[in-house]
Design a protein around this ligand. Sequence first.
Ligand code: UD1
Ligand code: CA
Length: 451
Amino acid sequence: MTTRSCLSIVLAAGLGTRMKSDLPKVMHEIGGLPLVGHVLKALGRAGSDRISVVTGPDMPELATLVRDLAPHARCYVQTDRLGTAHAVLAAKPALEIKSDDVLVLFGDTPLVTPETIAKVRQGLERGADLVVLGFQTRNPFGYGRLLVENGRLVAIREEKDASEAERKVTYCNSGIMGITGKHALSLLEAIGNDNAKKEYYLTDAVEIANERGLTVVAVTGSETETQGINTRAQLAACEAAFQNRMRHAAMDEGCSLLAPQTVFFSHDTKLDADVIVEQNVVFGPGVKVSSGARIRAFSHLEGATVGTGSVVGPYARLRPGAVLGSDTRVGNFVEVKNATFGPGAKVNHLSYIGDASVGSKSNIGAGTITCNYDGYLKHRTEIGANSFVGSNSTLVAPVKLGNGVFVSAGSVITDNVSKDSLAFGRARQVVKEGKAKVLRERLQAEKDAKY
Ligand code: UD1
Ligand code: CA
């Protein structure tokens, strides 16, 4: 990685009118992370030491989000939306502090990778004064066209200002630009608005730099990475591309995905090598799965940690705070929330375990429910190690079961159960011999008398 200092400016003031949403465009999510979060994450990895984000005047929630995602980033407000160059200049105080490189990125282009950002910076390091990230596409409509002559980028022509011949060019502007720090501010301030949209176009920096005899080049990225989002359909297309990227990354790390197209990831899903993920599994945010674990078909996990060698599902739901130790079993139609399982603990069928701890090697029978909520407060259920909870038991929290406890099936447990005790919480069974026959004969006689 380069040692050059770098200021990155992320443009995010656009309203995103075509999204038809009350939410600023860059706050829409991909893989559970807002679009602008993806750009900030890539910048963090690419080693940008200073980050500025340009927001609109009516977007306090965006400024709050940026603070949460990148506490060291500074937000600047672009009061009137007069174009991309005008937006960059909203961060003028940041530009006045010199750095070797200045990068401009768009908040609505979330799939750009740290490697591609590094490629733009390498261009500057190798002596170019201005570097534009371009891409080849079959459908260039709407993009600025890169006009290249003898290996030099001579101009970027916006769709509305392009001639017939220029519109045929398929090499397009991704929106990502690098400028050497010593020229950035003066180039940006020289940009005017004499064009079809009467906007200050950042892309005009290219022609101005050429007029000044500076070196201007284009580097090429993939179309997938540079795709921007203006509509809900493009948001969905980007999500699909992101999911594919995550699936490949997981497989490259040594996970088996039995049907990759049916497994859905969050931006922060962490699967160790030798994890097996079966068909139709959804990972919400904050999931970690350790090596040798198997996530069986149709399971949904979020905010959960799964230990080595554990098996989850089929049809399991792990909610935030589910922490499974090694070699645990969480089976079909089991929901676990804010609960820890010691090594080898099992809950195999049809249960709800919430706000609880289950000790190592304990076995929770089918249909067991922790009653953790009384309509006002949440309460905890603590179950020791090597305990056995019989099927269809109801554990009314707050309640503690010690180690080696045995709860008989169908119990309602409201009081603590001490170590090695056997607990019954149900009515005693009564058997009256021969009484079924007597009852049947009486009922038949009543029916015969009526008809
Ligand atoms: C821009 C480029 C075009 C490129 C395309 C790639 C210019 C003039 N055009 O066009 O060459 O091919 O992106 O997707 O740069 N923004 C502000 N304030 C403004 C205007 C825009 O913050 O006043 C932000 C938007 O939030 C967005 C970005 O700048 O993140 C790009 O603006 P947009 O209007 O989408 O530009 P395009 O027309 O797509
Ligand atoms: Ca755009």
